[in-house]
Design a protein around this ligand. Sequence first.
Ligand SMILES: Nc1ncnc2c1ncn2[C@@H]1O[C@H](COP(=O)(O)OP(=O)(O)OP(=O)(O)O)[C@@H](O)[C@H]1O
Ligand SMILES: [Mg+2]
Length: 255
Amino acid sequence: MGKIISFANQKGGVGKTTSAVNIAASLGVLGYNTLLVDLDPQGNATSGVGVAKKNLQYTIKDVLMGKIMARDAVIKTDFQKLSLIPSNMSLAGTEFELLQDDSPEPWATMKNAFLPLKAEYDYIIIDCPPSLGMLTMNSLSASDGVVIPMQCEFYALEGLSQLMITISKIKEHYNNSLTVTGILLTMYTNRLLLTQQVKNELKKHYAGKLFETSITRGVKLSEAPGFGVPVYYHDKKSKGSTEYLSVANELSTRI
Ligand SMILES: Nc1ncnc2c1ncn2[C@@H]1O[C@H](COP(=O)(O)OP(=O)(O)OP(=O)(O)O)[C@@H](O)[C@H]1O
Ligand SMILES: [Mg+2]
């Protein structure tokens, strides 16, 4: 059975999408049959793998609203062993609609819809929006693991403890198989003293959860989405590409 992994952090702009896209692509390169799911109305993961957000036949919204089977929303990308369930602005109202739904378990919609996909993929990587609303709740309730991308900043530590509380509540009430797969440091710059201090704090409080590899801040990573390709297909030899491959490798040993 495949594993479902949410990439989540309620803080915006911390590298969720960059990490979800590049780790999903790296898992594909490593030979794993991988599905990337865009769960953000911003649709950054969709355009990040070269799929136009306009005029999509189906999106994740149609799956969550029960209009189609999850399988029917899957698009093949141009990249090795990588498929996508896309998203666009139409997802914006879904948070509310999920709550309005008569379903007694509005947080379990995604879990139920994705069950058949688990047999078809080795990894299903979900790029969550920057909030802890009903979409992220659905994603965490459907997941086996969660990867938390974060920047090496003081406020990030405060956000992390809030997120950890939410994760343990979801584990307790909705999904007892949920575990934290790893915390991933993004946009890393080794030179700063603050970076070292935050890293040491993380090691102290979340021993074993921090990925060995951190993702260095680099221009190749920020320009790849403009070409609609994961960084491996933009510049295979770049630091961003080798670092994300290495994190994908590490992830595959953890879950
Ligand atoms: N390692 C990196 N080096 C340079 N730029 C990066 C790196 N990681 C991410 N970025 C850039 O930082 C910005 C935010 O990254 P990203 O979109 O992945 O964050 P996010 O957490 O998904 O944001 P949101 O909360 O809006 O969904 C983007 O412009 C991205 O290209
Ligand atoms: Mg994002």
